[in-house]
Structure formats: structure tokens, C-alpha cells
Ligand binder design. Structure first.
Ligand SMILES: NC(=O)c1ccc[n+]([C@@H]2O[C@H](COP(=O)([O-])OP(=O)(O)OC[C@H]3O[C@@H](n4cnc5c(N)ncnc54)[C@H](O)[C@@H]3O)[C@@H](O)[C@H]2O)c1
Length: 596
């Protein structure tokens, strides 16, 4: 029989604590909510009221249930009030000495059988537990932000946590409607260990002006389907909390440089820019605690103004190549009303591409997304050619040929001879330096990267890559083209992986390393990222879809360019690729897909 928890205490009613109070009270458990002062208590109470009122307004909570919820919560200043609760969850700031002091005090105040839990994200639960005389009754219960919404709870057992305490807490999580994964005490547990290197890297991109906050966030939302971008997420977590988590992970997690907090973060914390809770972090909010972003001096001008800013007008576009990307890109341009000249290496290839474009457009018609007349008009705008000379009068060329530098360079040299002056020359490369391609021409200022995602007609994102020689006009033109295609164009520098792959693949690689270290299972890691962070797929699901060989190639590129030790491909990934386990396409990757 699992133990009954009728009253729990929550210590600290900040970003996490107030949400944790709500989770318990919503599920019929009485809560004693404790803060350090009357004013902090008031703030916590206001957060709880605001959250439950929003739930009522959205129709997710009945008014009567809200009132009952509030009746279950009592508030108090100081830990003494917790003398008779069954369980305490501590959610004070991420400092070991503070937490140890609180646990020593809880140990003194609480009944001998009370379970003491910490919501720490990165500190050692073991070190916190030894501040008490009952380390076997100390456990980590790590909720995710916002606690009432996110389904996951990481249950952290130390080497001395009693098995029945673990079982009781697991049963409690089920009662709260949460999914738990139980793991050992390691810095960052599952989710944060995989998340924070990525978040810190995104901050480094802002700090180095590699891309804007808006573009980084849009890239990860639209390119990976994440619920929010990394900088908006930092603001939600709280920059002070994020700083402490990174710092602890750096020190506890093997001094991985990727966890050393980016200096900008420390500066922002010192300046009081803590994120949503202080009303300003990477973004500016309507008021402290508000989720509503308001414009500030870093907000880019309205789209139209930006587009007018030096962008060249264009009507006719050349697309070179006959693969998946070229086919999709031809369709995208033709549908958006551009005249398109497709150039392949022969009439047969042109016929095949033409067939593929027709098939894809027909699918749109069958699904009711495209009128027959629009399909016909789109097809009518495409001309098919096997010679580059037909690109003499286009305004933009998009190259999507094989991913080999020598081939691309030769092509760009030819385009340089054939195309009229002022044309923007774009490469869709996903891994080669754009500057290498640009320097094969006499007009590097007109060369950009236009990195479409697969399938191009569906994916809403295009990365616009500017090299150190790209002119502002060419960049503006590329951005305007993306807008005309109905895509979000995000601008970034010419570095391996651009924005999306540079932020995504090291995280996937880290997940493989975590599996390899036997810290957790593929299922639990996938669960943790989906239910704790709202990712549409877990890392192993995604790797099997992307292809392990593709992931390995990208990770190698990143490692070779940046020489970051943490980016070295996981040996397990290399072995799976060598063994021919490439994912869904070979019916086996991290999982066996042969029966699906
Ligand atoms: N922010 C997140 O997204 C997130 C997610 C999961 C876990 N966590 C963890 O939760 C814990 C709390 O983080 P947070 O972001 O909610 O911090 P926060 O700064 O928003 O809130 C901390 C609260 O603790 C209160 N407090 C400080 N000293 C206290 C004391 N002696 N007694 C009682 N209350 C005290 C503060 O007044 C404040 O309200 C940390 O361990 C953090 O790592 C945070």
C-alpha cells in the first residue's frame, strides 16, 4: 500500500513553487505554502491566483473547483508551520548552502516520518540530504515549468534514498496525473542535462550577434516544432535560475565548457534582467510576471519596412538541380507566382522533376489545398531546361545540386559568367561554407545561402546565410524572397550548422551519450523531452527519422569547425552507423521499425 499524503508543504513560492502548490491543491491535497516574508508570500499568492484565474478564463477549470483549490491552501511565513505535514517540497533559489540550511531546519521542524523533497534542477540531492539526520527520506521531485501544465516529473533517488520512499513518491506522481521517470542523482538529471547546453549556446549566438533573438527563436520553433524558442524559454525559466543551473552543471558535470554560463547571462542577471519575473530579460514584457512581450529598442521594424530596405525586385528565378530539394523549391517558387527556370543535367532528369512537381501539386488539389486553376497556373510558370545559358535573364538563382564543394564551386563559376549583374546567387547547402562558394565568383557580395528545410513546400522556415562578403542588399533581397514565398526567413552568419542544426544536433548527440552511459533508457529520455519540455518528438525518435548517418555527418562538421570537445560524435552513434542501423530508412536505428 502506497503511503497517503494528505498535507504537503511547499517552501518558496517563486516561478516553480507557486505552480507546485497549484498542482497539489488541484488534485485534492491540502497545501501549506511557506515563504520567507509577508511580501514574498503575497507575491506567491498573487501568482497562484493569476494562474487559476487564467485557467478559469480559458475554460480549463470550473469556478467552484478554483474556489475549492484555494481553500486547500494555507500560507505561512517561516518553516515552523510545517511541523505536521507528510511531505515537503523545497523550491527556493538554486544555491546549495541555502538548500542545506533549509533542509537542516526542516529536519528539526518536521515529523520524523515526513519525506523531504527538493525541486532542485542541478544541485546534488545527496549533498542536500546529508544536511539532515534522515538522508534516506530525502528525494528529488523535479517538476517542469509551468508545473501545472508540464506532465513530466523527474524523481531523483540518491544512493541512500529508501526504496519505499521512491515508491511512495512515484505513486504520488501518478495521483497528480504526472508521468515520472526515476533516475539517479546526476547534474541536470535527464532533461536539463540535455537542455542547458543548447540554451547556453543560443545565448552565445545572441552575444556574438550571430543572429537576432527573434530569428533564433523563430528558427527553433519553425525548424524543429518546439513550443518556444530558447531565448523565450530562458526568460520563462528565469535568467538567475538558469545561470545557477549552468554554473552548477559546469562544476558538477565534468567541466563541459558548453555549460560555462555565457558572460552575457551574468551581466543580465547583475543588471536585474531576470526574464518574465522581472519584466525584462531577452525580451521586454508588459509588466513583471506577464507573459506578454512588448516591443523594445531591439524589436525589428515591421516586415514591410524591412523589405523595402534595399531589397531588389525580382520576378524570374532559376533553380539548378534535380533532387528532392530542387523539386520542392521549384514548386514553392511557382506556387508563389514567380516565373521559374528549372535547369537539370538532361532532358530525362527534367522530365522526372516535372513529374514530381506535378504529383506534388496534384496532391494539393486532391487534399483541397490548391485549386486546379492555381495548379495549372503554377505549372505554366515553370520552364524546363538542360542548359545554364537559360539563366541569362533571371533575377535570382537557387542552387540545389549535390552537396560537394567542387561541384558547387564549378557551378557558381559558370553562373558568374552567364547571369546578368545584380542577380542574387543562392546556395541551399546545409553544411558547406557559403563563402567558399561565393569566392568561386567575381561577385561574392551577391552570394547568399538560402537553406530550405525538407520538405520545402511544407516547412515554414528558411535560413538566410550571409557571409562576411554578402552585401546588405543581397541579404535584404533574400529576406524579401522568403516573405514572398510565405516563409519565415531568419538571417544568420556563415557557420557550420547555421542556427537550427548547430543548436539541434549537439543536443541529439548528448542524448546518445547519455544512453551510452546507461544513465537512462531511450524511452525515458524521449519521454523526458516530450513531456518535460514539450518537444514534438524525443531525441531517439527524431534521430531514427532524420537518419543516424545524416546526424553523424552534421555532428562531425560541427566538431571539425568548432573543435569543441563536447561536440565530438558519440561513439555509439558511430557504431550504429557502421553497423548499418541508420534509422527508419533501414528499418532499424535506436529502435526496431521492422514490424511497423
Ligand atoms: N525556473 C524553472 O524553470 C525551474 C524548473 C524546475 C526546477 N527549478 C528549480 O526550482 C527551484 C526554485 O527555482 P525558481 O525558478 O522557482 O526560483 P525563484 O527565484 O523564482 O523563486 C524562489 C522563491 O524562494 C523564496 N525563498 C528564498 N529563500 C527562502 C527561504 N529561506 N524560505 C522560504 N522561501 C524562500 C523566494 O522568496 C522566491 O519566491 C530551484 O532549485 C530551481 O533550480 C526551476
Amino acid at each position: 500500500m502506497a503511503r497517503e499524503f494528505s498535507t504537503v508543504g511547499v517552501v518558496g513560492l517563486g516561478t516553480m513553487g507557486a505552480g507546485i502548490v497549484e498542482v497539489f491543491a488541484r488534485n485534492g491535497i491540502d497545501v501549506l505554502a511557506v515563504e520567507i516574508s509577508e511580501s514574498a508570500l503575497e507575491r506567491g499568492r498573487a501568482t497562484l491566483t493569476g494562474s487559476t484565474d487564467r485557467a478559469v478564463a480559458k475554460g480549463k477549470l470550473a469556478e467552484a473547483d478554483r474556489d475549492a483549490l484555494h481553500e486547500r491552501v494555507r500560507f505561512a511565513v517561516g518553516l515552523d508551520a510545517l511541523h505536521s505535514v507528510d511531505l515537503v517540497i523545497e523550491a527556493v533559489p538554486e544555491h546549495l548552502d541555502l538548500k542545506q540550511r533549509i533542509f537542516a531546519e526542516l529536519d528539526r521542524v518536521c515529523r520524523p516520518d515526513t519525506i523531504l523533497a527538493t525541486n532542485t534542477s542541478s544541485l546534488s540531492v545527496t549533498e542536500i540530504s546529508v544536511a539532515t539526520t534522515r538522508p534516506n527520506q530525502v528525494i528529488g521531485i523535479h517538476f517542469f515549468n509551468p508545473a501545472p501544465v508540464m506532465k513530466l516529473v523527474e524523481v531523483v533517488r540518491t544512493v541512500v534514498t529508501a526504496p519505499e520512499v521512491v515508491a511512495d513518491v512515484e505513486a504520488l506522481c501518478a495521483r497528480l496525473g504526472k508521468v515520472d521517470v526515476t533516475i539517479n542523482d546526476r547534474a541536470g538529471f535527464i532533461a536539463n542535462a540535455l537542455l542547458f547546453g543548447y540554451l547556453n549556446h543560443a545565448v552565445a549566438m545572441v552575444e556574438s550577434h550571430y543572429a537576432t533573438r527573434e530569428d533564433i527563436d523563430a528558427a527553433m520553433k519553425l525548424g524543429c516544432g518546439l513550443p518556444m524558442g530558447p531565448l523565450a524559454l530562458m526568460d520563462l525559466i528565469g535568467l538567475d535560475t538558469a545561470y545557477e543551473i549552468l554554473d552548477t552543471m559546469y562544476r558538477r558535470g565534468g567541466r563541459d565548457r558548453r555549460h560555462a554560463p555565457v558572460p552575457l547571462l551574468k551581466q543580465m542577471v547583475t543588471a536585474g534582467l531576470l526574464g518574465r519575473k522581472s519584466g525584462r530579460g531577452f525580451y521586454t514584457y508588459q509588466r513583471p510576471g506577464s507573459p506578454v512581450v512588448v516591443p523594445d529598442e531591439a524589436t525589428p521594424p515591421a516586415a514591410e519596412a524591412a523589405l523595402a530596405d534595399g531589397a531588389r525586385a525580382l520576378t524570374k528565378v532559376g533553380v539548378v538541380g534535380s533532387g528532392t530539394m530542387a523539386t520542392g523549391i521549384i514548386e514553392v517558387f511557382a506556387k508563389a507566382g514567380f516565373e521559374v527556370v528549372s535547369v537539370t543535367r538532361g532532358a530525362e532528369k527534367s522530365a522526372a522533376v516535372c513529374e514530381a512537381v506535378k504529383t506534388s501539386l496534384n496532391k494539393g488539389v486532391v487534399r483541397g489545398r490548391l485549386a486546379e486553376a492555381d495548379r495549372d497556373a503554377a505549372l505554366g510558370r515553370i520552364s524546363w531546361s538542360a542548359t545554364l545559358d537559360h539563366l541569362a535573364d533571371v533575377d535570382l538563382v537557387v542552387e540545389a545540386v549535390v552537396e560537394e564543394l567542387s561541384v558547387k564551386k564549378a557551378l557558381f563559376a559558370s553562373l558568374d559568367e552567364i547571369c546578368k549583374p545584380g542577380v542574387v546567387l543562392a546556395t541551399t547547402t546545409s553544411s558547406l561554407p557559403v563563402i567558399d562558394v561565393a569566392m568561386a565568383t567575381q561577385r561574392p557580395a551577391d552570394v547568399v545561402g538560402l537553406h530550405f528545410f525538407n520538405p520545402a513546400p511544407v516547412m515554414p522556415l528558411v535560413e538566410v546565410v550571409r557571409t562576411i562578403r554578402t552585401s546588405p542588399e543581397a541579404t535584404a533581397t533574400a529576406r524579401a524572397v522568403c516573405a514572398a514565398l510565405g516563409k519565415a526567413g531568419v538571417v544568420c552568419g556563415d557557420r557550420s550548422g547555421f542556427i537550427v542544426n548547430a543548436l539541434l544536433f549537439p543536443y541529439l548527440n548528448d542524448a546518445v551519450k547519455m544512453l551510452e552511459a546507461s544513465y537512462s533508457t531511450a524511452d525515458d529520455i524521449d519521454h523526458a523531452m516530450k513531456l518535460g519540455c514539450g518537444y514534438p518528438m524525443g531525441p531517439f525518435e527524431l534521430l531514427d527519422v532524420v537518419g543516424l548517418d545524416v546526424a553523424l555527418a552534421i555532428q562531425r562538421e560541427l566538431y571539425l569547425e568548432l573543435r569543441e570537445p563536447g561536440f565530438a560524435p558519440a561513439p555509439l552513434l558511430e557504431h550504429l552507423v557502421t553497423a548499418g542501423y541508420l534509422g527508419r530508412k533501414t528499418r532499424r536505428g535506436f529502435r526496431d521499425h521492422s514490424h511497423r
